[in-house]
Ligand binder design. Structure first.
Ligand code: PLP
Length: 394
């Protein structure tokens, strides 16, 4: 079939393919340990669910303004101010169908054919494809595993050219969990400011940080605001992935352009989900704190278990809910790459992991610890068995 070039430029999300395979095996009754999930395993908080039920009962089920209902845009600005001390008005806020949609709209609103967009690598799978869809060229900047994947300003500066239009930052990062240290972040802001480059800060995981780190937003850097596109989401912070609510805080002309785009594609996000998000934004944050404590406990256990397997090296992630071990040393004589290794793990041990190639990082695997402690223990047992057998065979 003849398809449009813009569709041929992109590929299906690699993590989506893993989830589909997990579903297929599970529906066949297999006892699968699934380290694939990119979403919290906690239910959406009760008060948020009740708000959605109320919205249905009150017939709040019609079209809303394209950028979202006014109370939600106000509540998002107020929430962000409470959490990070930022100063945005509803005219500088647009609600979209998840953070992914917000990133898609922002990139499509800014990028012309041939524009370069800096993407930190290892990267979240959708960044390069969204850039390519818009006609831009992703330029990768590799964070050093030796520095626990923490991106440095100098590394970003080295890849900037006169064609660079946007720099994407993602702290904490998916898949590495690494954060960018505030001084380095400030250095990147300054480099962008000097060259009139937009900074797109994807803060989807900002609240999921450990070891006493405080949630950080680029809005805390004094010079960032004029060129900052801040994107975040209710998905991970409030365990609301399926509700599809994300938002952008950015200068008003860009918000207007994104609203125009949204008005001719999805229109408003679901009215019911917006009312649920309103409750989440206005409500208590203790649920988030409890989730963070549990993730931290699991992170410690999965790191300990992985590091006990000879040949595996794993940096300590600062945040999100992923570990990103280096398994390069265990590939020899076993698998050509981590995609082949992940397939073997699935077939032989019914363990699902995401291969590093999906994130531009061959030799690594991504394991999510948004799964119960009991499943983590079972998964570690199987990984231990798999890799011990692999060593014996090599
Ligand atoms: N950004 C990153 C780094 C992510 O990992 C994800 C989801 O996995 C998103 C954005 C988008 O999430 P959502 O569209 O559910 O808000």
């Amino acid at each position: 079939m003849r398809l449009a070039d813009r569709v041929n430029r992109i590929t299906v999300s690699a993590t989506g393919a893993v989830m589909a395979e997990a579903e297929r095996l599970k529906s066949g009754g297999a006892d699968v340990v699934d380290f694939g999930p990119g979403e919290p395993d906690f239910p959406t908080p009760e008060h948020v669910k009740r708000a959605a039920v109320r919205a249905i009962e009150q017939n709040l089920t019609k079209y809303t303004p394209t950028p979202g209902i006014a109370p939600l845009r106000e509540a998002v600005c107020a929430w962000h101010q409470r959490e990070f001390g930022s100063d945005y008005s509803p005219a500088e806020c647009i609600i979209s169908v998840g953070g992914k949609h917000a990133i898609f709209n922002a990139i499509c609103a800014l990028i012309n054919h041939g524009d370069e967009v800096v993407v930190p690598s290892p990267y979240w799978v959708s960044f390069p494809d969204i850039v390519k869809f818009a006609g831009g060229e992703p330029v990768f900047v590799g964070a050093d595993p030796v520095n626990a994947f923490r991106l440095r300003a100098e590394e970003v500066e080295n890849v900037l050219t006169p064609r660079t239009r946007v720099v994407i930052l993602n702290s904490p990062n998916n898949p590495t969990g690494a954060t960018i240290e505030p001084e380095e972040f400030a250095g990147i802001v300054e480099a962008c400011r000097q060259r009139d480059i937009w900074l797109l800060s994807d803060e989807t995981y900002a609240h999921l940080v450990y070891d006493g780190l405080k949630p950080f937003s680029a809005t805390q850097l004094p010079d960032a605001k004029p060129r900052l596109i801040l994107i975040s989401s209710f998905s991970k912070t409030f365990s609301m992935t399926g509700w599809r609510i994300g938002f952008t805080l950015a200068p008003e002309p860009l918000v207007k352009a994104m609203t125009k785009l949204q008005s001719q594609s999805t229109s408003n996000p679901t009215s019911i989900a917006q009312h649920a998000a309103l409750e989440a934004a206005r409500g208590p944050m203790d649920f988030v704190a409890a989730m963070r404590v549990e993730y931290e406990r699991r992170r410690a256990r999965i790191l300990e278990g992985l590091r006990a397997i000879p040949g595996i090296e794993c940096a300590t992630p600062d945040g999100a809910f992923y570990v990103f071990p280096n398994v390069q040393a265990l590939l020899a004589g076993r698998a050509s790459d981590t995609t082949a290794l992940a397939r073997q793990l699935l077939e032989q041990e019914h363990v699902i992991v995401v291969p590093g190639e999906a994130f531009g990082a061959p030799g690594f695997l991504r394991l999510s610890y948004a799964v119960s402690m009991e499943r983590i223990e079972e998964g570690l047992r199987r990984l231990q068995r798999f890799f011990t057998a692999a060593r014996a065979a090599s």
